[in-house]
Design a protein around this ligand. Structure first.
Ligand code: ZN
Ligand code: ZN
Length: 268
């Protein structure tokens, strides 16, 4: 059994394909539960309209999901549709974000630190675009934000936990020590972490999180789930067998399904 909970629609302005095309692809791959998790409208970068729906477009998202739920109910060999949101971490809009996630019956909320505020200019920049900064400072800042996101209660699942590696510049000591430093926040908050298969198609070639981090999380009892971060129907379920193989090789026995913001442990 496989679930794929991290998928986008054209409403985010940087994805292609119809909702039906994604779901048909999931059906063809035998995915049991398929979930959309559209970007949130409150992304803060100046060019964010290319990255997320508007508030009005979120209503369209809900309409599309309501309609698709009727057809994609898990019968007839098709996947069961789950509906989520990828909530962007913007600390000073946390109240607004929490109110918004109450406004629709989501099955789960992913949480992502896509942007950090440049200390020099105050501008919001992609978390992996700080090429001019001291690496240790920016990695520490990024993971401290992830810890705050975990503790905020905003999300059920931390998305692409070490996406900052997209910069291709990793501090000499590697990523693991930064995750070890925030492990108590992750464990105590009870959030799950996704294995995000899109990492393999970005510059560093492996999944988010990388293997040693995944092993650490599983050993600490952190719940794990799966997502392809699809922005096109061809991305759906990408590298699914490799994801499961890595998960079990790192000691994973049960992954998490989600319904109504409730976690359901499921044997792999
Ligand atoms: Zn995206
Ligand atoms: Zn993301």
């Amino acid at each position: 059994m496989y679930v794929d909970y991290h998928n986008h629609t054209v409403l985010c302005h940087h994805a292609t394909g119809t909702v039906e095309e994604y779901l048909e692809r999931a059906r063809d791959l035998g995915i049991a539960e398929y979930g959309f998790a559209e970007h949130s409208y409150w992304m803060v970068r100046p060019d964010a309209r290319n990255l997320c729906p508007s508030l009005e477009e979120m209503q369209t998202y809900f309409q599309w999901m309501d309609r698709a739920r009727e057809q994609w109910d898990g019968s007839g060999g098709g996947p069961l549709l789950r509906v989520g949101l990828e909530a962007d971490w913007v600390p000073d809009r946390i109240g607004e974000a929490k109110r918004f996630v109450q406004s629709y019956p989501f099955d789960y909320i992913l949480g992502s630190v896509h942007h950090l505020q440049d200390p020099a200019t105050g501008k919001w920049v992609s978390s992996w675009w700080f090429d001019e900064c001291d690496l240790d400072t920016i990695y520490t800042t990024y993971f401290e934000e992830v810890a705050q996101l975990a503790r905020s209660g905003l999300c059920d699942i931390l998305a692409h936990l070490d996406v900052i590696r997209r910069s291709t510049r990793v501090p000499e000591k590697g990523v693991l020590p930064y995750v070890e430093a925030i492990l108590p926040a992750i464990v105590e908050s009870g959030v799950a972490v996704e294995i995000n298969a899109s990492g393999r198609d970005h510059l560093n070639g492996d999944f988010f999180p990388q293997e040693d981090v995944l092993r650490l999380l599983i050993e600490a009892g952190v719940p794990i789930t799966f997502g392809s971060d699809a922005h096109a129907p061809t991305h759906v379920g990408r590298y699914a067998s490799d994801v499961v193989e890595l998960f079990t090789a790192c000691g994973g026995r049960e992954f998490m399904r989600f319904e109504n913001r409730r976690m359901i442990p499921t044997p792999v």
